[in-house]
Ligand binder design. Sequence first.
Ligand code: NAP
Length: 263
Amino acid sequence: MSDCRHFALIGHPLGHSLSKALFDDAFDGRHDYRLIDIDCPDSLRRIIGKYELSGFNVTIPYKIKIISMLDRLSEEAREVGAINCVRVEPDGSLTGHNTDSEAFLMVLHKYMEVEGPSGDYGRTKAFILGTGGAAKAVAAAFRRIGVDYCFVSRNAPKSSSDETISYDKAYSAMVQPEARTHHQPTTIIVNATPVGMAPRIEQTPWAHPELLSEKHLVCDLTYNPSPTRFMREAAEAGATVKDGVEMLKNQARLSWEFWGITP
Ligand code: NAP
């Protein structure tokens, strides 16, 4: 067991997480993976020392907050502006990385083959529900393939320098009531909020299922439960729906590659 290395998921809350089961299965006893629920990220360095972590994943609500605690960021992390994977270097310094964006793109490619040849996504428009770490990862994936996107937030942007509208362009950020009015050209809707996740499975982040049809692709990054209420209502309206399970597996595999281990 001397080669056994220690990994973790850090976030709050973690009751919904499937990551431990996923990593335990892949590691098969060679490394360990624990869930560390913290209500404040200030204790990060102490936790890394206590559990002798070689690396960890970061989830809700710390993907953006944690950036200021890291020593360096990978190119992907800089492009996304959020972190879901950290490597503890031999000198104890911390390198932040993002595997969510690539993981989402891998899923999206399969669904978008129907749209035309690879890269021909110029006319596709998307709503990203939420403005947190996962929303930024999805936005970066859309930028890479030329999909025009707009964040849909609970809150109006505070100013023109607000981070929710700093990326983009004609299709930038709006609040839920505006989304109803401007949904017409949109064919992809991604839920990047925790709304509808266990245990509050009766909730939905999209109040307008009547606006959905066969032309829509609805991706809910939630993986527990699956399907979510949002997915069920979208499917009833004829939309193609996809849950977050495959993305979760992709980002896990990309994380352990970043940590330099072969499960
Ligand atoms: P986060 O950084 O905390 O951001 C969540 C965003 O959701 C907030 O910025 C907020 O944006 C919006 N929101 C709307 N209603 C909310 C509510 N009632 N409570 C909290 N936020 C609300 O979280 P995250 O890391 O982006 O994760 C978001 C979800 O995606 C989680 O459910 C997570 O499990 C899932 N996820 C799944 C995968 C996967 O591999 N399948 C990967 C990453 C994340 P506004 O305030 O602008 O509305």
